[in-house]
Write a protein that binds this ligand. Structure first.
Ligand SMILES: [Zn+2]
Length: 364
């Protein structure tokens, strides 16, 4: 969910690109026959509900292309896109079906999928399993009392991951055709500013909301930027092991009091993004919960710090862009970074020029 809210900071647009048209799949396949080393890309299979304008569809494809240009997992993600009058203050929302998986299976798949230096750091610091020990609160079997806010240590065995994330690490078939998410943009005029949406990235007037930015954000949730702490938040829960609720990004959620176990409590203290069991990463923080925490869903970065596209709010006139923090998170939950040509390669001729052409074709 992305909410409208006060912001005093601005960000510059860093990601503009073309998009992966479904009609180009054949062209990609042909390219792969010619050159088996050509990199793949995430393909988005988009279905639009009635009422989604052509302008909105084009803008949504631009948002999808931002992710395809960064990650090259050879998977197809099926999203349904529509509009509705959402609750006051809510700009967009995403429903993303998830699959349950044991922590052991997830860990093994993530290790097998590791490609980057951050993947190596992240996976080498994961608990060995088969069980996963976390700090949490609220659940009915909290030894401090039914749904108490007082933290305790829980031992779990299962996780939940979005279907898109499951495809990225090979737990689901790469081209499985069931829905991987449903994204809705508000038409509520009491939420939108007088200028409505801007559909032009980098050109968002002071009385407009950045539609492509919001779309990018909502796709991020479907890809897997989701925290189980939103299930913890507010209480009213059953036993901690009665359902799969820990999410991949929760494995990197730590606090000053969590020790070496992930901190999956709602509320204080601050939670931060760490690949090394909480030793580093204190400057990149998460939202801490609507009910028990700072007022924002835990499935986001901390609000208004400029941490990335998964910030929970957007302001009038604000351009929203994918950040290094966003990319790092999606990398370590199972997406693979597309190689970026070295400057030396780009200026070389012969083989270098060929490499650049292949990349452009696959990034288009
Ligand atoms: Zn959101």
């Amino acid at each position: 969910m992305l909410q409208i809210g006060p912001k005093s900071w601005t960000r510059s647009l860093v990601c503009v690109g073309g998009y992966v048209l479904k009609s180009r799949i054949g062209l990609l396949a042909l390219a792969l026959v010619v050159s088996v080393s050509a990199p793949a890309a995430i393909t988005f299979n988009l279905s639009y509900l009635a009422g989604t304008s052509a302008q909105q569809q084009t803008a949504f494809q631009q948002a999808a292309a931002r992710w395809s240009n960064i990650f090259n997992d050879n998977i197809t993600i099926n999203l349904t896109v529509g509009t509705a009058s959402l609750g006051s203050g809510i700009l967009g929302s995403t429903g993303s079906p998830s699959v349950g998986v044991s922590y052991s299976s997830f860990r093994s798949a993530l290790i097998a999928d590791a490609t980057s230096a951050n993947d190596t750091t992240a996976t080498s610091n994961l608990q060995a399993g088969p069980s996963l020990t976390v700090r949490t609160n609220r659940w009915s079997n909290n030894p401090n009392g039914n749904n108490s806010v007082t933290p305790y240590t829980a031992t779990l065995t299962n996780m939940a991951i979005t279907r898109a994330n499951a495809k990225a690490i090979g737990i689901l078939g790469a081209t499985d055709t069931a829905s991987d998410g449903s994204i809705t943009f508000t038409t509520n005029t009491s939420t939108l500013p007088s200028g409505g949406y801007s559909y032009t990235p980098g050109s968002v007037a002071s009385n407009q909301i950045d539609f492509v930015g919001i779309a990018t954000h909502e796709i991020g949730h479907a890809l897997g930027f989701v925290s189980g702490v939103d299930a913890v938040d507010g209480g009213g829960n059953g036993a901690d092991n009665a359902s799969a609720w820990v999410r991949p990004m929760d494995l990197y959620r730590f606090s000053s009091t969590s020790g070496t176990n992930p901190d999956l409590t709602a509320g204080t203290p601050a939670k931060y993004f760490s690949l090394d069991k909480g030793v580093t990463g204190q400057s990149v923080t998460f939202s801490t919960g609507v009910a028990d925490g700072d007022g924002n869903q835990a499935s986001h970065w901390k609000d208004s710090l400029g941490l990335g596209i998964m910030d929970p709010t957007a302001s009038n006139g604000e351009t929203l862009a994918i950040s290094a923090n966003d990319i790092k998170m999606f990398d370590v939950i199972g997406y693979n970074l597309a190689p970026v040509p070295e400057p030396a390669t780009m200026v070389a001729f012969g083989l270098g020029a060929l490499a650049v052409m292949r990349r452009r074709k696959n990034r288009s």
